[in-house]
Design a protein around this ligand. Structure first.
Ligand SMILES: Nc1ncnc2c1ncn2[C@@H]1O[C@H](COP(=O)(O)OP(=O)(O)OP(=O)(O)O)[C@@H](O)[C@H]1O
Ligand SMILES: [Mg+2]
Length: 359
């Protein structure tokens, strides 16, 4: 069993608390992604699991052992870093087998394991090269090879793809997903890229300021973010959020946004309450003049082929709509957009906490 149990984990750097009592169980074989903005504590969390950073408080277990005071190499975890940390003077094969050699394995026992890892990662042709003679993506695979060759109970990844270009990042993402499907090793993966977290993980943990803000299946976080921060962080392009005042004077509740109004559904708040209301760009639909709930002004539009992003002004705030590429758009003109009330997200203006569940 390679379950990881974090129980009230605290990390202090001198007088500064970086992690404020985090509790979380990562199940055996599960792929969990830690995501959040720079400085939220992702690497610190991962390094504490790896044993590279002392734990200031709480209890950490891997399998049935308390590991708080255990050396990194006793923990049976393998970590892949952002900068790969390969040895430049060693060949690819030596880099992959280095950990095994350090453990005292014989060369004859190391070679087949290195071959096997190289086969899985499709880097057999480069085994005799030095890291300096490889592309970024190939180096990244060597770093992964070094981790998988040890058959650890836990894989830890810290932003392993952030040095790669966009295309390679997507390719390696698929490779990591395939690897996890093949090996089923418990994995904790740190990234600031929500797309990476969502596409890879069984469960996404959103961190902010050393606290867990929300955790759940990627689609759960997308559909029901528990606060404005998660709503805006998860999903691409970003959720539109309008700040305004609730107006209950008419037949339907409205959000007053500057000089515009946004029709709302049932929202559990009193007239005059300051609200933040979210709607995702993909939940806005173009319609003919006279129809639709809102009529923002198109400022610019970005054709992507599969769809077009229309960046508009609405009540003095910016609004992005993801529209069919066939929709006729002209800058500085009004468009008519409709949405389902069920797709609105209501957040308390002051705290940003979710007010009611979108369907
Ligand atoms: N060795 C250290 N000494 C003091 N403070 C530290 C140290 N390492 C990290 N911190 C602080 O702890 C907090 C969390 O840092 P951490 O590196 O875990 O963030 P992160 O989420 O990985 O960010 P990034 O996305 O930029 O990598 C930050 O405020 C950081 O300044
Ligand atoms: Mg980091």
């Amino acid at each position: 069993m390679a379950e990881i149990r974090l129980d009230g984990i605290v990390k202090d750097y001198g007088s500064v608390r970086a992690i404020h009592g985090v509790s979380l169980n990562v199940r055996d074989g599960e792929f969990v992604a830690f995501v959040g903005p720079s400085g939220c504590g992702k690497s610190t969390m991962l390094r504490m699991i790896a044993g590279l950073e002392e734990i200031s408080g709480g209890r950490m277990m891997i399998g049935d052992k308390v590991v708080n005071d255990m050396e990194p190499r006793e923990r049976d975890v393998a970590m892949v870093f952002q900068d790969y940390a390969l040895y430049p003077h060693m060949s690819v094969a030596e880099n992959i087998g280095f950990g095994l050699k350090m453990r005292g394995l014989k060369a004859a026992d190391i070679a087949p394991k290195v071959q096997e890892a190289a086969r899985i990662l499709q880097i057999e042709a480069y085994l005799d090269r030095k890291p300096g003679q490889l592309s970024g993506g190939q180096r990244q695979r060597v770093a992964m090879g070094r981790a998988i060759v040890r058959h650890p109970s836990v894989f830890l990844f810290d932003e392993p793809l952030s040095n790669l270009d966009a295309k390679l990042r997507v390719e390696m993402r698929t490779q990591i997903k395939r690897l996890h499907a093949m090996l089923g090793t418990t994995t904790v993966y740190v990234t600031h890229d929500q797309t990476e977290a969502m596409t890879l993980a069984d469960r996404v943990v959103v961190l902010k300021g050393g606290h867990i803000i929300q955790e759940g299946h990627p689609i759960e976080l997308y559909k029901a973010p528990n606060c404005r921060f998660v709503g805006e962080f998860i999903g691409s392009p970003q959720m539109n959020v309008f700040s305004g005042e609730l107006d209950r004077s008419g037949d339907t509740p409205m959000l007053r946004v500057g000089n515009a109004g946004l029709a709302l559904g049932e929202v559990p708040a009193a007239d005059g309450t300051r609200l933040d209301v979210g709607i995702r760009p993909e939940h806005l639909a173009w319609c003919k003049p006279g129809a639709g709930k809102i009529a923002p002004i198109v400022e610019v539009f970005e054709p992507l082929g599969s769809d077009t992003m229309a960046v508009c002004r609405f009540g003095g705030q910016e609004l992005t709509a993801r529209l069919d590429p066939a929709v006729p758009l002209t800058p500085n003109t009004e468009i008519h957009l409709d949405y389902d009330l069920a797709d609105l997200h209501y957040f308390e203006g002051e705290s940003g906490a979710r007010l009611s569940q979108a369907a």
